[in-house]
Ligand binder design. Structure first.
Ligand code: CA
Length: 231
């Protein structure tokens, strides 16, 4: 059973979603005003939020930004609902970095399947909230990375960048992949930004910075046992 927060002011739609999700064994709460979402999410700590874009009080885009900006709610996956005519909203939703989006009218079954897929993905990650990579220990719950037992002082972006590189430590992560995974779908972010962050991250790692390997012309790779460092 998962806790799902439904944000929708059209009661027939929120009732339909509620009916379907509770039938599948989920616990649901509904909020109809954009201004109520942030406090409700902080208090209830839902496993997922279904967020309609057209809301009274505060529109969906602003609600989304608030949720992502707050450390108490930034980790909660969000599915965005948009009306068919709101092509702009759809693009905005993707740029914001929503986990998924659905265009109205949608079938409750489709929404349920999308929700299940995200919850499975999240569960896999939180299940292994502590991951070891050589000398590094990642604690996703507290968003901290330890090097030889000492916590590193990383910004949120540096944390995302480092853990993304570590997630698959044999793979080369292309610049495009990293920009998408760390910065979301924001097209404003330049490749230079990535290089700057890698540089700063390496500086913070000191000698262990050589774990982040530049793959010329492609991107970066995490090497848990680089040459020249004790294993
Ligand atoms: Ca609405």
């Amino acid at each position: 059973m998962s806790k799902i927060l439904i944000v929708e002011d059209e009661s027939d739609i929120s009732d339909l979603i509620t009916l379907h999700l509770t039938r599948e064994g989920h616990e649901t709460h509904c909020v109809a005003n954009g201004l109520q979402v942030q406090p409700a999410a902080v208090e209830q700590q839902p496993d997922l939020i279904v967020l309609d874009m057209m809301l009274p009080g505060l529109d969906g885009g602003q609600v989304f930004k608030r949720l992502r900006a707050d450390t108490r709610t930034t980790h909660i996956p969000i599915i965005i609902l948009t009306a068919k005519s709101q092509v702009v909203d759809k693009i905005a939703g993707l740029e914001l970095g929503a986990d998924d989006y659905l265009t109205k009218p949608f079938s409750p079954r489709e929404l349920y399947l999308r929700i299940s897929a995200i919850l499975r993905r999240v569960k896999k990650v939180t299940h292994v909230s502590e991951v070891r990579r050589g000398r590094f220990l990642i604690d996703r719950k507290s968003m901290k990375v330890y090097l030889d037992g000492s916590p590193l002082d990383l910004t949120t972006t540096e944390f995302k960048l480092l853990t993304t590189l570590m997630e698959n430590d044999t793979a080369v992560h292309t610049r495009a992949d990293l920009l998408r995974e760390v910065w979301g779908y924001n097209s404003d972010v330049a490749t230079r930004t990535l290089d700057t962050h890698v540089k700063r991250l390496r500086e913070k790692l000191g000698a262990a910075g050589s774990h982040i390997v530049t793959v010329r012309g492609t991107g970066f790779q995490f090497d848990s046992n680089p040459p020249g460092l004790p294993a």
